[in-house]
Ligand binder design. Structure first.
Ligand code: CO
Length: 297
């Protein structure tokens, strides 16, 4: 499993994590009733760039039953209400990644918001060389279960590769029989989700986040412009429609999607009326445990 990263590459993971921890805290501070989704997302993405890195994917802002893959539209006017809000943010330094998430609860469900945080700490406790991902999942499940909620079982933590946001191994949010053993040097994002719903998210209709599937020549001018920017700037990392410079981004994306050049990520959600909370840290497995790269300093 272990990709055998050099010290310099690990240092870039750490740098990404340090920037990300600062941005997560600052972004979470801006989430309040009446604040704009688009302003919070752009604040975080711009702050990452000011600090000398790049967003690894669009800031995900998930509200209430939403769990992942929601990000503001280019002209989004939505504001926060008395809701449960998850911010999932990523940073990369030369393609080396850090991934983190936090729940800001404005809905009055403090215990649900807290459950994945405690689950994440329990999971981090057991990470060491030789631990199986199933044991990490068992810790997560048991803490969330203790709160009387369900873990979201069809979302998982994941390895972080070079320019790749989701690589092996998956880190389940429940006990599973067969896991993968972690090794020294593995870089893994652990992300427990808790819900008062059934614990399985499904795909909604809306897409705002995409990533490159394959390179191909396209005739349409807008689509070609978009593809040039994607290949040059985002490579294989996810991007938002609002990040595209072409004035006809929606049409361009539709064409690229039809040709399987890019694929969209539909918003993932629990049933309506349910709430989902989330916490996430990135860790590097060390000889005697792990180092959390996204811990606030
Ligand atoms: Co993640």
């Amino acid at each position: 499993m272990s990709p055998e990263l050099t010290d310099e590459q690990l240092e870039k993971h750490r740098e990404a994590g340090e920037i990300l921890a600062e941005v997560r805290e600052a972004a979470a501070d801006r989430v309040e009733v009446g604040a704009s989704h688009l302003e919070v997302a752009e604040f975080a993405e711009n702050r990452i760039r000011e600090l000398g890195a790049e967003p690894a994917f669009p800031v995900n802002i998930s509200i209430d039953e939403e769990a992942a893959h929601a990000t503001p539209t280019p002209d989004d006017e939505a504001t926060f209400g008395e809701e449960m809000i998850n911010l999932d943010i990523g940073v990369h330094v030369d393609g080396w990644l850090a991934d983190t998430a936090v729940t800001v609860d404005l809905s009055g469900h403090a215990d649900l918001a807290e459950a994945p945080g405690e689950a994440l700490e329990a999971a981090i406790e057991v990470v060491e060389p030789g631990v199986e991902t199933g044991e990490i999942g068992a810790e997560i499940e048991s803490v969330i279960d203790g709160y009387g909620y369900n873990p979201v079982v069809n979302l998982t933590g994941h390895g972080l590769g070079h320019w790749e946001q989701h690589t092996e191994p998956n880190v389940p949010n429940r006990a599973v029989e067969q896991g993968i053993e972690l090794e020294v040097g593995d870089v893994v994002a652990i992300e427990p989700f808790a819900t008062d719903g059934g614990g399985k998210v499904t795909e909604g209709a809306h897409e705002e986040i995409y990533s490159l599937e394959r390179e191909a020549s396209v005739r349409d001018r807008g689509a070609r412009q978009a593809l040039e920017q994607i290949v040059e700037e985002f490579k294989t990392l996810p991007f938002a429609r609002r990040w595209l410079e072409t004035s006809r981004a929606e049409m361009a994306l539709r064409r690229l999607e039809q040709k399987n050049v890019v694929h969209g990520y539909p918003v993932l959600q629990e049933d309506e009326g349910c709430l989902v909370s989330q916490r996430e840290h990135t860790v590097i497995v060390t000889e005697d445990g792990c180092e959390v790269t996204t811990r606030a300093g």
